[in-house]
Design a protein around this ligand. Structure first.
Ligand SMILES: Cc1ncc(COP(=O)(O)O)c(C=O)c1O
Length: 426
């Protein structure tokens, strides 16, 4: 009888009775509040100049078109828009996305598209589908923090590749076990803003082929190019080699978050139809479907003005990038380095060795009233303490300039202090 098993359990200590930790599944033990999450709270403090959250500028959202879209969807087809829909997503939107992917050089149809709640859910599903606990997983160093948070639940054996797609020596090197999954964010990456060239992309395809491992291509920022030649998607290159999307190892994750709005939570996976069928089962068991009305409205608005909207965003963000780079050139101490990104939302700073960006952040917030994201959490191996990410997309130019001035002042003071301590100890 069930009740007889009760005395077998260890009695709970007083502390255990008042905490939840001991009740959580093992896979939840790596789930800790992220620096990003903590920092989001800062955005409410108007005195702080924030380069922290990777938010698109809300002034760029197509508000009249979205308002119109919701109204029309409710008026014209309430029985569809307020109803459940197919787990793979609203067909006209899937067709629109297939067409968008074809414009990126990926030959595909709506059968190759699954709508997800943002690219975040796409990465989560792919991890759930492909990763066992402890599996070898290749990522860049640094990598998108939101993806690492998903991967961490599987306690993967992290292996690394650099911005040229070259595999780096890692604790896992030399082990015979092949890679199970590869994750890359090749265009204007979060957090570094860097873009992989064709050679680097081909190296990742070769890595995927050599290991027979799926390669996630996270294209969250791909539409936001401000200069330079567009690079082919990794998926396009792989399809050209393998002959068809059905034989490609690349799984493309896309999103409307950075181009249209993140609030409607619409992203997608573009992949071989066999994989899409399996992922649809995951979608079904996870949340049945993404919001029908949001998909309908996104379809209407994207169909009407995606290109125009993205062109406007590109122009605004390009100016903000240029403004930030100018401010960095004008104010930053010489021992701080960065590269000008060709697109996206981020500039990545490397500080002198010995300056810890997390410690700096605390002083930046309380003293200079400026915020950024420290670089270490983007590194799966815990390195990168002297790096930080600046997001320029939602910070008005005058404020951004002032923010860089404050940050530069703080870094200069920190560098002087750390030099003085080093001298005193010699
Ligand atoms: C590289 C990258 N991938 C995926 C996402 C998740 O985007 P979404 O809003 O589509 O879930 C983000 C969000 O910041 C991102 O930076």
């Amino acid at each position: 009888m069930w009740i007889e098993t009760m005395p077998m359990q260890q009695p709970l200590t007083h502390l255990q009775r008042h905490t939840w930790e001991h009740r959580f599944a093992n896979r939840a033990k790596n789930m800790n509040a992220s620096e990003i999450r903590d920092l989001f709270a800062l955005l409410d403090n108007s005195e702080i100049i924030s380069f922290a959250g990777g938010f698109p500028d809300a002034n760029l959202f197509a508000l009249p078109q979205f308002r119109d879209g919701y109204q029309k969807s409710l008026q014209d087809s309430p029985a569809i828009s307020l109803q459940y829909c197919a787990s793979e997503g609203y067909l006209p939107l899937r067709r629109w996305i297939a067409d968008f992917m074809r414009r990126q050089g990926v030959v595909c149809s709506s059968d190759n598209i699954l709508i997800t709640s943002g690219a975040q859910q796409a990465i989560e599903f792919l991890s759930r589908l492909f990763l066992e606990m402890g599996d070898p997983l290749a990522v860049s160093k640094p990598s998108y923090l939101g993806a690492l948070q998903i991967f961490d639940a599987y306690e993967p054996d992290y292996r690394f590749f650099d911005g040229d797609g070259v595999s780096m020596a890692s604790p896992g090197a030399g082990k015979a076990q092949p890679l199970k999954l590869i994750y890359a964010n090749p265009d204007f990456s979060n957090p570094t803003g860097e873009t992989m060239d064709v050679t680097a992309r081909r190296r990742l395809i070769a890595l995927a082929r050599a290991n027979d491992a799926p390669l996630i291509e996270d294209g969250a920022y791909s539409s936001l190019r401000y200069e330079g030649d567009p690079q082919p998607t990794i998926m396009q290159l792989d399809i050209a080699d393998s002959g068809s999307i059905e034989t490609s190892l690349v799984v493309y994750c896309g999103s409307f978050s950075k181009t249209m709005t993140p609030g409607m939570r619409i992203g997608w996976i573009c992949a071989a139809s066999q994989l899409i069928n399996k992922l649809t089962l995951l979608k079904q068991s996870s949340d049945l479907n993404s919001s029908t009305i949001n998909q309908m409205v996104m379809h209407r608005v994207a169909d009407e003005m995606f290109d125009a909207s993205v062109n406007t965003s590109r122009e605004v963000y390009r100016q903000r990038r240029d403004n930030l780079i100018r401010a960095l050139e004008d104010y930053m101490p010489r021992n701080v380095t960065w590269r000008k990104p060709e697109g996206g939302m981020f500039v990545w700073l490397t500080l002198p060795e010995g300056i810890d960006a997390k410690t700096l952040l605390a002083k930046a917030i309380t003293g200079e009233r400026v915020a950024f994201v420290p670089g270490r959490p983007f590194h799966a191996d815990g390195s990168g303490g002297n790096t930080l990410r600046l997001c320029f997309s939602s910070c008005a130019p005058e404020l951004a300039r002032e923010g860089v001035l404050r940050l530069a002042r703080l870094i200069a003071a920190e560098t002087a202090e750390s030099d003085a301590m080093a001298q005193a100890s010699t």
